[in-house]
Design a protein around this ligand. Structure first.
Ligand code: FAD
Length: 417
């Protein structure tokens, strides 16, 4: 009863997406999640995540996009600028031949769509709340044994493949003694929502300031997600301000493009670090999502990248005779290396370039924005990256893109773009 093909450790957005991706396959899957299921009703200030075009296609392929779509706010354009300088870069859905560059979706809506789908999967066992406490390769090397603590006591499970989807501080990584490269950015992101006095028209704004970037991402109606990245030293004071005081400072940093900020929602502060797992695989074990790489949110790439991990892994294991075989895991790692390297390097470069006050670098980034706006080939490369198409298992041509990402169970080959 406790023998599975796949044990997914961590039922956050990435682990749950993999469970859904494998629904309908012949694999017996167990999902082990430490936290209790989230509760909560829609609220105007609920937390959202910006999904790019590739992610909405992947979710469509998994059959979960339709239920979350009604809660999603389309992003028609993005506008990137630096405070005090005229250089800007703008991208529109129209130039990409798409209805939207991406969507800002409440975490609750993504979670609800994934949970509803998981509840109907006959090949999935959900252990929640349950915490992985030990993991070891079986002596014959054909399975991994996992010890899981539940409220009914400890259980031992065996699986042909363990998938670590247990976040940036991965317990699996620690249990296996795999090193991770960590860089603390000395910054935190304060996430909240604001109401606007002018319509946002579906435009997402990223504005770089000397203290850190401030992003406004459209939500339904007259609201937007506000993500304000600041040095650690300023966080306590900003979190302690009353709403009016915080709104006034945010308004000053963002400017008046969207009129006045008229109301502020709850605030959450997230410390920011880059954590790169030293390896994407170990014997009969594989890492996906934040357990593989956790990035600064400046470019809104973390979950989008993790979802491409899911699509690639599901494609490799769904029809493999032995999903934990070394060659299967090797193929997955090879498939993901380029996308992972490119997106993590790009994100890190953005953080470092824009939080640097050296005057020469300020000039360089100013002209960088101008170049992105004016040079067609650079512009197209950044746009493709933005849409997530460069990392799609099968890249869709952006400018004539109607084709959907195939379901991982459809047996389509996966090729790096
Ligand atoms: C401020 C901010 C804004 C962001 N905005 C965006 C955005 O707009 N777009 C985007 O693409 N990305 C964004 N990201 C990144 C995105 O949130 C993450 O990449 C994504 O949520 C990671 O999901 P995950 O499932 O890999 O990890 P997690 O969400 O960390 O989930 C890991 C799960 O594993 C469970 N777990 C841990 N240890 C164990 C154990 N021992 N046993 C069992 N279970 C365990 C945990 O309970 C948890 O549920 C943002 C991040 C931040 C901080």
């Amino acid at each position: 009863m406790n023998d599975y093909d796949i044990a997914i450790i961590g039922g956050g957005l990435v682990g749950a997406s993999l469970a859904v991706a494998l629904g309908g396959s012949s694999l017996r899957v167990v999902l082990i999640e430490a936290g209790a299921p989230p509760a909560g009703n829609p609220a105007w200030d609920e937390r959202c995540i910006a999904l790019n075009d590739a992610s909405s296609r992947i979710f469509t392929g998994f059959g979960v996009w339709d239920p979350m779509r009604p809660a999603a706010a389309p992003i028609a354009a993005t506008h990137i600028s630096e405070r005090g300088r005229f250089g800007t870069a703008r991208f529109t859905a129209a130039e990409a031949g798409l209805d939207a560059l991406g969507y800002n979706v409440p975490l609750r809506a993504i979670g609800a769509a994934l949970s509803a789908r998981m509840a109907g999967l006959s090949n999935l066992t959900l252990l929640q709340p349950a915490r992985l406490s030990a993991l070891a390769l079986a002596p014959d090397g054909a399975t991994v044994n996992l010890k899981v603590e539940t409220d009914k006591g400890a259980q031992t499970i065996s699986a042909r493949l363990a998938v670590a989807a247990d976040g940036a501080n991965s317990a699996v990584r620690d249990l296996l003694g795999i090193e991770a490269e960590r860089r603390d950015y000395g910054q935190q992101a304060i996430v909240s929502s604001v109401r606007l006095s002018r319509p946002h028209l579906g435009v997402a704004y990223e504005r770089f300031t000397p203290d850190g970037p401030i992003a406004l991402i459209p939500k339904p109606e007259d609201a937007a997600s506000l993500v304000w990245t600041l040095p650690d030293a300023q966080i306590e004071e900003r979190m302690a301000l009353n709403d009016a005081g915080y709104l006034a400072l945010a308004q000053e940093a963002f400017g008046g493009r969207l009129g006045r900020f008229t109301a502020l929602g709850r605030r959450w502060a997230h410390p920011l670090a880059r954590v790169m797992s030293g390896s994407l695989t170990a014997p009969r074990t594989v890492f996906i999502g934040n357990a593989a790489q956790s990035l600064h949110p400046v470019a809104a790439q973390g979950f989008n990248l993790g979802l491409r991990d899911v699509a690639a892994l599901a494609g490799e294991i769904a029809n493999a005779p032995d999903p934990g075989a070394a060659e299967v895991l090797g193929a997955y790692a090879e498939l993901r290396q380029r996308d992972r390297g490119r997106v993590s390097a790009f994100t890190d470069l953005m953080v470092r370039t824009f939080s640097n006050r050296v005057p020469l670098l300020a000039q360089a980034r100013h002209w960088g924005l101008v170049a992105v706006e004016l040079a067609p080939s650079l512009r197209q490369a950044v746009l493709l990256q933005h849409l997530g198409h460069l990392g799609l298992p099968k890249p869709a041509g952006v400018y004539s893109s109607t084709e959907l990402v195939p379901s991982p169970l459809g047996g389509e080959g996966q090729g790096e773009g």
